[in-house]
Design a protein around this ligand. Structure first.
Ligand code: NDP
Ligand code: HSE
Length: 441
């Protein structure tokens, strides 16, 4: 911890450097500059914004004085004398180098950078622990929603059984628009980008990388273990068709991109991100637009739902500013939040061994014995059928076919995948088998 040598009667001021002034950073800068007295009263000290690092200093930035800007974040960290660094650049480098350099210099760090923490969290938390400074990252998961601190502090005395949530606003917005307004994927994505919650490169959102980073952070916190983004099974939403959305509707479900972390029967962590069918009556099904929601099931607390805006400049800045005040309070008292313990060191289960319910949909020859053959094939692979529906062929289907849709009981991923592969090889299944995992059923 940096020794603070100051006259005890002098008003205390902590120096804050902001790295990044984009969607989130600009809002943080404006909040710091316009709510200076309020933040000082809450922190117990003044918070002086000493510099703002950006890529392009010539860009107009309303409300942010030009003299604070620099395009040299490393110099700001090394020479700015900041007590607290707020990193809002995003991505791995330069943020990793900048954060480690700030920590070495005794600065506390606030960041919203889930991509970095899900990959190099271990290194960064260890550096902060070694130097006795804080690293706070509430905004890294689900924007404005308090979920990091509840898992890290409020629920630390409980046993977390499962964490399941919608942690990406862009994909939720797209799936919601595809469901409620029958918009196509591209139009809904373009609006999400315009509204500022899609990442600059939408691949991170629509392919599930962003949600996978958040799932890794949530699983690490919930299970006191190191879970990295590469441990997370990931499927995005680019393969979700309007046929899937309609099929979900016919089952009284909606499609949502879910992040799921839970313990399996062998005490391993299941951690996965994929589209899933969720029944309309489930609390996660009503989460609309860019909102996020996280459902936590704890042994003693029971079921807890956290919901709210998961992206966008102002909501995310709210979480960042909350961390700033907390870090400032800690520095004034000469304390730091203890590092998150990873004492459990649990293994991550391979995806093939995870268990869920599955929805399957495929065209079959409309002949006697086909349904029995399908049921037999599933039974051979220990997949039990929960419900089955057969629909007459639609105008666009072959006239001698029927559409079968079925929901399984909880089954092992590898067994269901083996069924699908075999079904597609039979003579009575026409074309591909569409499948989607079902949660909350
Ligand atoms: P933006 O892309 O809007 O802003 C990034 C900022 O970083 C810009 O000001 C950019 O400068 C600056 N920058 C980029 N490269 C450099 C560099 N090499 N040196 C100095 N400055 C640089 O990102 P967001 O505000 O959307 O996101 C910031 C962080 O917050 C990310 O980690 C993101 O994942 C996270 N986050 C974002 C949310 C959101 O809704 N947007 C929600 C939750 C978390 P310039 O302005 O000149 O281009
Ligand atoms: N692009 C992210 C989202 C921002 O859409 O949720 C919040 O991390």
């Amino acid at each position: 911890m940096v020794e603070e040598t100051r006259d005890s009667d002098a008003p205390r001021v902590l120096r804050v450097a902001l790295l990044g002034c984009g969607t989130v950073g600009a809002q943080v800068a404006r909040t710091m500059l316009t709510q200076r007295e309020d933040l000082a009263a809450k922190s117990g000290c003044g918070l002086e914004l000493v510099g703002v690092a950006v890529h392009d200093v010539t860009k107009p930035r309303p409300g942010v004085p030009g003299e604070l800007l620099t395009d040299d974040p490393a110099a700001l960290v090394e020479n700015g004398g900041a007590d607290i660094i707020i990193e809002l650049i995003g991505g791995i480098d330069p943020p990793r180098r900048l954060i480690l350099s700030a920590i070495e210099r005794g600065a506390s760090v606030v960041t919203a950078n889930k991509a970095l923490l899900a990959k190099y969290g271990e290194e960064i938390y260890a550096a902060a622990e070694r130097e006795g400074v804080d690293i706070y990252y509430e905004a890294a998961v689900a924007g404005a929603i308090p979920i990091v601190r509840p898992l890290r502090e409020s629920l630390v005395g409980d046993q977390i059984l499962a964490v399941m949530g919608i942690v990406n606003g862009t994909t939720n917005y797209i799936l919601d628009k595809m469901t409620t307004e029958h918009q196509d994927f591209a139009a809904a994505l373009a609006t999400a980008q315009k509204l500022g919650f899609a990442e600059a490169d939408p691949t991170a959102d629509v392919e599930g990388f962003d949600a996978a980073s958040k799932a890794a952070i949530l699983a690490s916190l919930a299970y006191h273990s190191t879970v990295r983004v590469d441990d997370v099974y990931r499927e995005g939403i680019t393969g979700v068709t309007s046929g899937d959305i309609r099929a979900a509707e016919s089952m009284d479900c909606v499609v949502r991109l879910l992040a799921v972390a839970r313990l399996d029967a062998a005490g391993r962590i299941e951690v996965r991100v994929h589209p899933a069918m969720v029944p309309r009556g489930h609390p996660l099904a009503v989460v609309s637009g860019a909102n996020n929601a996280i459902f936590v099931e704890a042994a003693n607390a029971g079921g807890l739902m956290f919901m709210g805006p998961g992206a966008g400049g102002s909501p995310t800045a709210s979480a960042v500013t909350g961390d700033l005040v907390t870090v400032a309070r800690n520095r004034l008292r000469g304390v730091e939040n203890p590092a998150h313990p990873v004492y459990q060191g649990l293994e991550v289960a391979p995806m093939s061994e995870t268990r869920a319910r599955y929805y399957l949909r495929f065209q079959v020859a409309d002949q006697s014995g086909v349904l029995a053959a399908v049921a037999g094939l599933l039974a051979q692979h220990r997949v039990s059928i929960h419900s089955v529906r057969q629909l007459a062929a639609r105008a666009e289907d072959r006239p001698d076919t029927a559409a079968l849709s079925m929901v399984t009981h909880v089954a092992r991923e590898a067994d269901v995948m083996a069924c699908i592969a075999e079904l597609e090889k039979t003579g009575y299944v026409h074309g591909r088998v569409r499948f989607m995992r079902a949660e909350g059923v």
